[in-house]
Ligand binder design. Structure first.
Ligand code: COA
Length: 275
């Protein structure tokens, strides 16, 4: 049963159990991102971060499409002669699509169906997980209208695509399907459209069985070590492991060890400890 939780102009937020769905919500414009939508997304993510009932966030688009990229009319043309408005829109666009999402303390899943173009790539990549419909259509389409994949898109795609694919798709603007996105590991997997939401919910539920602190520290660690040397990573990971012992309000490590070694009630290799 889904529940509307916060009212915003261009973003829809619904909660199903501990899973909060945040939808870009301009379906008649294929969820192209206007300055207002960026501001709304900042608000929605800030809200979800503090909402205790939200355990996992799913990012998607309303009306059958994920996102048609930046709104050419409102984001680009509409702010061309207004540097302050342009700066405000750019700040909000960057803030939610990369800073807020990639540092989000709870697990995030991009659920992609229909079209996903240009600036819509950044939030897909910033989410921890991405699951697409087999027939979703992805395109780094900037070159088709005479611009580069700016606003971090070119940088973001090189985080998840190999060099050849990054150049190929951004220089040709050629589309690729959800199935192709899964084959190149741009998304974790693709499934038939009718299975998309159930698959995402299944992943969201399995994540909710884990220790929230261990999950948070795990994703922070994986992100951070990518730009570290081996020596830095070794030091950082030791410090991070120690920090988790103190920061985990559940005391998961102790509880799990006792369930395995003393009570013999679970196998860490096969699933999460009983919380
Ligand atoms: N910016 C502004 N408006 C957009 C938009 C965008 N990125 N994408 C779609 N829209 C608007 C259209 O202008 C149209 O508005 P209108 O009804 O007022 O004329 C409406 O959304 C529906 O779009 P339409 O093109 O008629 O739908 P479609 O289903 O035939 O095609 C797309 C959908 C996504 C293939 C097509 O709209 C498109 O190519 N959009 C641009 C995608 C892109 O390259 N984005 C990168 C930006 S960085």
């Amino acid at each position: 049963m889904s529940q509307n939780v916060i009212e915003l102009q261009n973003v829809k937020v619904e909660r199903e159990g501990g899973t909060t769905f945040i939808y870009l919500n301009r379906p008649e414009k294929r969820n192209a991102m206007s300055p207002q939508l960026h501001l709304d997304m900042c608000e929605a993510l800030e809200w979800a971060e503090e909402d205790d009932a939200t355990k996992v966030v799913v990012l998607s688009g309303a009306g059958g499409n994920f996102c048609a990229g930046q709104d050419l009319k409102l984001y680009f043309r509409g702010t061309e002669d207004d540097p302050k408005a342009r700066a405000r829109a750019r700040r909000a666009a960057h803030s939610w699509r990369w800073d807020k999402l990639s540092n989000f303390p709870k697990p995030t899943i991009a659920m992609v169906h229909g079209y996903c173009f240009g600036g819509g790539f950044t939030p897909v990549i910033a989410c921890d997980f991405a699951i697409a419909a087999d027939d979703a259509t992805f395109g780094v389409s900037e070159v088709n209208w005479g611009i580069i994949p700016g606003g971090l898109v070119a940088w973001a795609i090189t985080q998840v695509m190999n060099y050849r694919d990054a150049i190929y798709y951004s220089a040709t603007g050629e589309q690729f399907s959800g199935q192709e996105a899964a084959a190149m590991k741009f998304v974790n997997k693709s499934v038939a459209l009718q299975d998309l939401k159930p698959t995402v919910l299944e992943l969201a539920q399995s994540l909710q069985a884990k220790s929230p602190a261990a999950l948070r520290y795990t994703k922070e660690a994986i992100r951070a070590v990518r730009s570290m040397s081996r020596e830095q990573a070794f030091d950082y990971l030791n410090a991070k492991s120690d920090a988790l012992k103190y920061a985990d309000p559940e005391g998961g490590r102790k509880k799990a060890m006792s369930q395995f070694l003393d009570d013999k009630t679970y196998k860490p290799g096969l699933g999460a400890y009983k919380r």
